[in-house]
Design a binder for this molecule. Sequence first.
Ligand code: SF4
Ligand code: SF4
Length: 56
Amino acid sequence: MAYQISDDCIACGACADGCPVGAISEGDGKYVIDADACVDCGACEGTCPVGAPKQA
Ligand code: SF4
Ligand code: SF4
């Protein structure tokens, strides 16, 4: 299962820079993960200052 970003996201962009497959992009007020591109590496979960990315 892919990771998903919760509404806790403060749109800092740190996770997008660290995603190895470029699956994270800026959405409407928060960042979003393309579930088809995500390879479940967990890097975004470790990078996020507010713990918004969670394994779905
Ligand atoms: Fe990108 Fe890995 Fe996060 Fe998936 S789990 S969005 S591949 S950093
Ligand atoms: Fe949102 Fe966390 Fe990504 Fe920053 S690192 S854009 S707070 S999910």
